[in-house]
Every structure is written in structure tokens, then in C-alpha cells.
Design a binder for this molecule. Sequence first.
Ligand code: HAM
Length: 419
Amino acid sequence: MATFQAPKGTYDLIPPYSAKYLAVRDAISGPLRLSGYGYVETPGFEDVDLFARGVGESTDIVTKEMYTLTTKGGANLALRPEGTASVLRAALEANLHKAGGLPVKLWYSGSYYRYERPQKGRYRHFSQVGAEAIGAEDPALDAELIILADQAYRSLGLRNFRILLNSLGDKECRPVYREALQSFLSGLDLDAETVRRAEINPLRVLDDKRADVQKQLVGAPVLRDYLCDACKAYHEEVRALITAAGVAFEDDEKLVRGLDYYTRTTFEFVHDGLGSQSAVGGGGRYDGLSEMIGGPALPSVGWALGVDRTVLALEAEGVELDIPASTSVFAVALGEAKPVLFGLVTELRRAGVAADISYGGKGLKGAMKDANRSGARFAIVAGDRDLAEGVVQLKDMESGEQSPVALTDVVEVLRTKLA
Ligand code: HAM
């Protein structure tokens, strides 16, 4: 019978490689957990309209990339392509914004789904760790998030990433710019789809990667020249706070992002060792999203960092994460010693020592191979004669030294040695 394979554009995380993913998730969420962000988990699917309204009807994500389904009950659902709309929906549904002080600060970690053309760094199932700070308009909050992402990447040992920063204006100044840009775009020679995009979301046209389009865009009006005084002042404060924290960034007036909900601050973390899928993370302010999905005005800001691409970035920089061996002590039981060593392993585990034992009735050679493979610092080996003497042989796997230790002392001895 033919075997099955992971669906196109997906891959499995398998030990020992999978340990990197856990370490990256921990490293990204670590700074958030130290900064007042509480953990939130939402379903893997939502009402399709949540994303259509939130992420935007004209975006690639909504028009081309969503996995949608109709349930037997007739509900139209989509596998979540991103986390922000879901997290805001959950916060509104739980009335978190009414419960106490704003902002509501939340972090999350999970799987997301986009029907994209697969290539290195771009998958149909990928994983993000994200953060959303809901319900406050304060440049310090935007700065906090950028600084925390920078801290997370640095704690992993990443160095060759850049932070691109822009302001997309607000509901006062962006429409004026939009009109100016639309009138510029209407004079260009563009294909039908791009003309349609120029009508719905002209800013996205600036993001077009094709050389012939980029050539025509030379001289297009720049949003920076249209920012209102409030947006300018807000952006300057964000820049000043990030600068004061010693976090380097580049102003990028072309940074638009692929989701429609952004206002004011937008940013992207790019890594230069990744080829075309260089964005390892991104985010920004989304002051109007709550109203777009039926909530009250709740100015908010957040980001999501891609776990898959962060792992690729670590590999591109040759960073080896310091991941401790999962097993500290490995038991090798010979003859009739299995039940006794099995009991010892249970005791070790209960004492908080990572311990494992050889299974499958192997002889000394095979079981010692298992011990080596486990990466354990110590092996405990015992046969009938050892047990008759009330001891096990404690083997230091680094030095190769071996000495008998009384059965009654072994847990304490190992705990001390490993401390
Ligand atoms: P996004 O830029 O669409 O933003 O995704 C964030 C990150 O997820 C990307 O920078 C990338 O690392 C990763 N990513 C996205 N698509 C894929 C893919 N197909 N394969 C692998 N990795 C991918 C958002 O999702 C927003 N919700 C971020 C945000 C939060 N804005 C405000 N709050």
C-alpha cells in the first residue's frame, strides 16, 4: 500500500530538530511574559467574514490564500491565516477591554494557514508567536513591542536582521494621500488586475515586485509628505523611544505590509540571509480594526514573528542554540535488574531528573548504544550481581569512569552531581 506524505507546502517537526522550534518559541515569548503580556489561545478556524473584514477584502490573504470550508451546519469558516483578528475578536467577546485597565496585553503561539505557492521559507502551514496590545494609543507601546522583538531575536543570537519602520498615517491624512496616489496611478500603463488593486487599495501597488511596475512608480507621491501633524509627532516619538533603547532601525517609506488594517506605525523584521522570503516578522498599529469587526474604538498595536523563518535565519547565520540534552541519566538493566532500575528511573523522574531506560530486552552493547544516543551525562548499569551487593554501577559518560553506588543513595548522588 502506498504510504502517506505531509500535504504540499507543509512539513513535520521531528526530534531532535523540533527542539529548535520549542527553543525559538520560548525565546520569543520570554520577553513578552516579562512585560505584562498574558497568554491567549483562540480556535484554529473562525468565521470567514472576520478575516474578510479585518484583514481586507482586497488582500492576497483573503482573495487567494484562505482555506475556507462550509460546515455540515452551513457555517462559513476559514482556517486562520493570521492571529490579530482572532485575538481581537476573543478580547472583545470576553469583554477584556471593559474588565480593567487598558491596554489589554496578550501573546499567542500557534499554527496559521495560507494557500501560497510553497518555496523555502513560505509554507501553507507555518507557525507564529505574536503579541497584541489592545486599547491604547501611546507611542511607548509601539516602541515596547519593537524593542521586545529585537530583544527576542538577540537572545537567540541573531545579529543580521534589520528593522524597517514606517508610518501609514491615520484616517485623517491617509485618504488625502490615497487620492493623490490614485490620481498618479491612473496615468500609468498597468494591467487590469493592478488597475483594480489601485482602486481598492492603491498603497498595495507600491509593493508590486515587478520591475516594469516599479519603473513607472518613480516619482509617485510619498506618504511621508502627506502625514498630518498628529501622525508625524506620534511617529517621531516612536522613533525617539526606540533610538533611546539602542535599537537600530531603518526608515522605509515603501513599507506597506500585506494586511489592510494597519494605521500609523508599521514595521518589519527582515533577515538578509533568507533570499526572497526575508521577512522574519512584522506588525504595526491597527487603530480601526476593532470597529471594522463590530467593536468599539480600540486603538491597538502588535506583531507576529514567524517561527519557521526564524529557525531558517538561525541556520543562515550558523547560530547553534544551546539546547540541553533531553536525558540526564540513562539506565541499562542486565539480567533480572529491569524492575529495580525501572523503579529507580521512576524515582529519578519524580525527583525532577530527566531519566530514561533501555527498552526491548537489549543486551549490554545495544543498551549502551541507546545510552550514548540519548546524550545522557550519566548511565546507571546493573546486573544480578550488582543487585545482590545492593549497588548499581554509575558511569560518567564524558570521562568513561565507573564506580559502584549504593542503590539507596543513587537518586541523591545523581541529584547532587547534576545540580
Ligand atoms: P504577516 O507579516 O502576514 O503579519 O506575518 C508575520 C510573519 O509570519 C512573517 O513575517 C513571516 O515570518 C511569517 N509568515 C507569514 N506567512 C508565512 C508563510 N506562508 N510561511 C512561513 N512563514 C510565514 C501577520 O500575520 C500579522 N497578524 C502581524 C501582526 C500582529 N500585526 C499586528 N499584530
